[in-house]
Design a protein around this ligand. Structure first.
Ligand code: AMP
Length: 216
């Protein structure tokens, strides 16, 4: 099974991805996490892409293709979950080509949907662990100990792209670049939309019936 999660920033893709990975033993590819790790270890790629993440812009496609082709090559025998890729039509068509090359195809493209007001509220309360990548929400899923990651104990901070100006830019980028994926995947009959309103578990319970129909 190959699935992808997409949706506007702050909708809870990362949180749902974590729950889905555990339940279905999926191998996950979160391009946002991979890029943040590259930036943290100051690799050549990290230095190149840093400005794009800081400004809320999409990283140029070719950087993503290198990462994704490598990921598919390594994990092609596993069930895979993509979180945050593809993010525009060009990435979606190249993704299909890369999968076809190794006799695979995407089974589910799932969009998480939420109102803009709720998104802003969630992003303002989001905290991030730069050591292990786990994300918290101070209102809905706080860490056990204030400002410390329950997984690895490191300090939590807001993500550097969760400022008001960058949030707005990311939302616009989502509408302009990523939303066209809805029609692209509708035309392939693999599009599903789930409301991201409510608790993590409520959202998870809306997603699992869709996945259950596709698991090998
Ligand atoms: P995310 O963690 O998914 O919100 O991604 C954070 C940032 O990483 C985005 O605002 C982009 O700058 C960059 N990014 C992540 N995935 C992609 C992608 N598929 N294409 C281009 N840029 C990406």
């Amino acid at each position: 099974m190959i699935v992808l999660l997409f949706g506007p920033p702050g909708v809870g893709k990362g949180t749902q991805a974590e729950l889905l990975i555990k339940k279905y033993q999926l191998t996950a590819c979160s391009t946002g996490n991979i890029l943040r790790e590259e930036i943290a270890r100051q690799s050549e790629l990290g230095k190149t892409v840093r400005q794009y993440l800081e400004q809320g812009e999409l990283v140029p496609d070719h950087h993503l293709f290198t990462l994704i082709e490598r990921f598919i090559g390594t994990h092609r025998k596993n069930n895979m979950l993509f979180d945050g890729f593809p993010r525009n039509l060009n990435q979606a068509t190249v993704f299909d080509t890369l999968l076809t090359k190794v006799d695979l195809k995407l089974d589910v493209a799932l969009e998480l949907h939420l109102s803009e007001d709720e998104i802003i509220k969630r992003l303002i309360h989001r905290r991030y662990c730069s050591t292990c990548g786990r994300t918290y929400n101070l209102l809905t899923s706080p860490p056990e100990k204030d400002d410390h990651c329950s997984n690895c104990g490191s300090s939590l901070t807001p993500r550097s792209d969760d400022t008001e100006a960058v949030i707005r830019r990311r939302m616009n980028v989502y509408v302009e670049e990523t939303q066209p994926l809805i029609d692209y995947y509708k035309n392939k009959y693999i599009y599903h939309q789930v409301s991201a309103q409510g608790t993590q578990n409520e959202v998870f319970e809306r997603i699992t019936p869709i996945f259950n129909g596709h698991i090998d």
